[in-house]
Design a protein around this ligand. Structure first.
Ligand code: ZN
Length: 132
């Protein structure tokens, strides 16, 4: 699948929660959030996975579920939407394969951050999730 956006994301954060570790198969995930009118195109087949069914702790903590759209060819999560933030799309920063992409300004669930993962310089750090 391919996505194209314009402009800068209005929010970028890293999440170390158990669900992001499991769904990404890594130590966490970095998300960049864009207004829907910044999303120019999404092409290719996606499947959607609703975190409501498996992310029970996160849903209880945040109070809402997240719909994860992943590429049906490679299996990577590409973007996400939530029911409480209509008009906003989150994208997996890795989808852009851009080493110059701006860094996260927030880190969530630092209590589950792997010990060898360094805190992100100048990012606000929260032991759990904070805000939307
Ligand atoms: Zn998470």
């Amino acid at each position: 699948m391919k996505v194209r956006v314009r402009g800068e994301p209005h929010r970028i954060y890293a999440c170390h929660c158990d669900f992001c570790q499991k769904r990404s198969g890594s130590t966490g995930a970095v998300s960049a959030w864009f207004a829907s009118d910044q999303v120019l195109e999404t092409t290719g087949d996606t499947k959607v996975f609703n975190g409501l069914e498996t992310d029970r702790v996160g849903v209880a903590e945040r109070g809402f579920g997240v719909s994860y759209y992943f590429c049906s060819t490679c299996g990577s999560t590409v973007f996400f939407t939530t029911e409480v933030t209509p008009g906003v799309h989150g994208f997996a920063v890795g989808s852009f394969v851009d080493p110059d992409f701006p860094p996260p300004t927030e880190e969530f669930w630092t209590e589950l951050r792997h010990d060898w993962v360094a805190p992100i310089r100048d990012a606000a750090a929260y032991e759990r999730f904070s805000g939307r």
